[in-house]
Design a protein around this ligand. Structure first.
Ligand code: SAM
Ligand code: SF4
Length: 445
């Protein structure tokens, strides 16, 4: 019987990229990807540790898996990702059903772990071995065939915001070699990618030195711009401190760089930013915003917010609301502060949960309104859509506009991968609905 592997991915785009690369790796030792978690030889849960709820989801998922396999032979149960890194041996104690715990910097070891797997022998791999990991994956083709493809260029973080586990789970900042990234991009483009989304926990901190020349994310963007088959370039997630002049200049010179910038600010209060150790002020953020708007007034911002960070007063929270009224962010994420073990702010006194919920609701009301209004502004006009896939069992296509909004419209599979003009007829908070008047492809993004 052939070996099959099923991966459930929680968390960010970097985890999604990692899950795909795990598949590319285990394929080399005969494992086939399955979308059926009921009948797999090996099950992987790729985890996220950013907020506490994310961790609990894993144990619930294992509970469901145990039920499925109650009367079958037990699959090899692997926990990967940031929870694996943070909890390591503890996971075996809480859930003996787990066989292997593997952190994000050890994925290059997964083939050996599976080849040498002995039932009932627990294995844990949580070394920070980023260089070896990327060396291993540089020799394994990225088989992603999606129209919009992720490409990790940087991992880890040295900024140590006081609320965040990333520096502990993903380790120190590491930037992949410039030429290896371009090689992987070429493979993705050869396999059909029309959009590349460069990924990193601090993607704009990318810095790689070769023969005393420093390569930054701006150099990558400029190189990608040259591939005629590639239509769009995006990157995420950025830190305001790393919005350097060369990157800002890209928005003046690059046609394929999309005008949506995801730039987390977390709070509109300088006092809170300082106590979070964010290393930037609201004024510095506003300066970046204004410079970019001046280059191209079509540029929109999205952001991440944490409400009820310890010490946040009504006044601090109002500062956040005032900022949101000034910069009409679209597609933003907002969370109540979740104390993470091992981080500096985990020992601080948390705010009342009811007040926290009220603040989150209030903030989301504004964010949501901006999003609805922005979406409405498309009604009656045309948007350029990169077609990603056909919707199952419907004569409809799915794609995205330049601001990453989902767009659904009439059409069939032959238009996948094309850039089409779509007339928008109606919208809701998350999606634009429209129709194409002809399926002639447009050249510019
Ligand atoms: N590197 C990016 C930056 O500096 O802005 C953010 C990356 S972090 C993985 C994604 C988001 O999760 C953060 O921007 C923050 O809003 C949220 N987050 C991280 N730790 C959190 C915590 N302890 N509680 C609530 N939200 C948190
Ligand atoms: Fe976490 Fe981003 Fe701060 Fe790094 S810069 S510690 S990833 S929030």
């Amino acid at each position: 019987m052939e070996n099959t592997i099923f991966i459930k991915t929680f968390g960010c785009q970097m985890n999604e990229y990692d899950s795909n690369r795990i598949y590319d790796s285990v394929r080399k030792i005969g494992f086939k990807r399955t979308a059926n978690k009921e009948n797999a030889t090996c099950l992987v849960i790729n985890t996220c540790h950013i907020r506490d709820k994310a961790k609990e989801k894993i144990y619930h998922e294992i509970g469901r898996i145990k039920k499925i396999y109650r009367n079958k032979s037990k699959p090899i149960m692997i926990i990967a990702g940031c929870v694996a890194q943070a909890e390591n041996q503890e996971m075996f104690k809480r859930e003996p059903y787990i066989d292997i715990v593997i952190g994000p910097q050890s994925y290059h070891k997964i083939n050996n772990l599976l080849k040498n797997y002995i039932s009932n022998k627990k294995e844990e791999e949580t070394e920070f071995d980023t260089i070896s990991k990327f060396k291993h994956f540089d020799n394994i083709e990225n088989l992603n065939k999606k129209i919009s493809a992720f490409l990790t260029i940087q991992e880890g973080c040295d900024k140590f915001c006081h609320f965040c586990v990333v520096p502990y789970t993903r380790g120190p900042e590491y930037s992949r070699p410039f030429n290896k990234i371009l090689y992987e991009a070429e493979t993705l483009i050869k396999n059909g990618a029309k959009e590349i989304i460069l990924l990193g926990q601090n993607v704009n901190a990318y810095s790689y030195c070769d023969h005393s020349k420093e390569y930054r994310i701006s150099n990558l963007i400029n190189e990608l711009e040259k591939y005629s088959e590639l239509k769009r370039i995006r990157y995420t997630t950025s830190h305001p401190r790393d919005m350097t002049d060369d990157l800002i200049d890209c928005y003046a010179s690059n046609k394929k760089l999309m005008p949506l910038i995801h730039l987390p600010i977390q709070s509109g209060s300088n006092k809170i930013l300082k106590s979070m150790n964010r290393k930037h002020t609201v004024e510095e953020y506003m300066k970046i915003y204004e410079r970019l708007k001046k280059i191209n007034s079509e540029i929109e911002f999205s952001s991440d917010f944490i409400v009820s960070y310890p010490g946040e007063t009504d006044r601090d929270f109002n500062d956040t609301l005032n900022l949101v009224k000034k910069i009409k962010f679209i597609n933003s994420y907002s969370f109540i502060f979740s104390p993470r073990p091992g981080t500096k702010s985990s020992s601080l006194k948390t705010l009342d949960i009811e007040i926290s919920k009220e603040r989150l609701n209030e903030l989301q009301k504004y964010l949501f309104n901006h999003q609805i209004n922005k979406n409405r502004s498309f009604e009656g006009g045309f948007v350029d859509v990169l077609v990603e896939n056909k919707i199952k069992d419907q004569p409809k296509l799915f794609g995205r506009n330049k601001y990453l909004n989902s767009v659904i419209f009439n059409g069939d599979s032959k238009d996948i991968g094309k850039m089409l003009k779509v007339k928008i007829e109606s919208t809701n908070s998350s999606t634009l609905f429209g129709k194409i008047e002809n399926n002639k492809e447009i050249r510019a993004a």
